[in-house]
Design a protein around this ligand. Structure first.
Ligand code: ZN
Length: 188
């Protein structure tokens, strides 16, 4: 197992739709193990394969909810159904989101409060999760990655302008940039 480098916003792999997984062999198992290790090292609550430079439709997630229930797994070839996004403006405390491919930054974004995830695991066994709240947000964020969408692409105009400045200031928005959890510190 190995921690892989995480691709930063601007690389085409993050901005293009990923392909369905059709080979469930050893290479996929190694990828998933590495994704769990990379997600935990970052640390993050979710990681999509395009974020480690692999254009395939899968993501890992790891999250403990308010009832101390631990949600941890891999969703391969997922489908996602969501309730309508609530009207109004994103709350600067409650709705703040981050992304390992846009590291060290956080912006408010309204998301659907409920989602149904359907996917298969490494043994191609189907499963379904009815998610609420933050878990529903994680699923929406990771599912977006598989369609080439980053959360910063969804920001309200005010925050989108700030994000555009951050991208320029940090020299992001170009291909080939990445960082390695535990090696590079991008919080500063
Ligand atoms: Zn992300």
């Amino acid at each position: 197992m190995a921690v892989r480098s995480i691709v930063i916003s601007g690389d085409p792999v993050l901005h293009s739709p990923a392909s369905p997984v059709d080979d469930f062999g050893d290479e996929l198992r190694v990828l998933v193990q590495d994704m769990f290790e990379t997600m935990d090292a970052a640390p993050g609550v979710g990681l999509a394969a395009p974020q480690v430079g692999v254009p395939l439709r899968l993501f890992t997630y790891s999250y403990v909810d308010d009832d101390d229930h631990s949600w941890r797994g891999v969703a391969i070839n997922p489908e996602l159904w969501i309730t309508p996004v609530p009207a109004g403006e994103a709350d600067e405390d409650e709705d703040v989101e981050g992304c390992l491919s846009y590291p060290g930054e956080r912006f408010p974004l309204l998301r659907s409060t409920s989602a149904i995830l359907r996917a298969v695991d490494l043994d191609q066994k189907p499963f379904e999760i009815h998610a609420e709240g933050w878990l529903a947000r994680i699923f929406q964020h990771e599912f977006d990655h598989l369609d080439g969408t980053l959360y910063v692409d969804r920001l309200e105009h005010f925050y989108a302008k700030i994000a555009a400045k951050v991208t320029r200031k940090r020299g992001w928005g170009i291909p080939g940039l990445d960082w390695v959890p535990g090696v590079d510190n991008l919080e500063d």
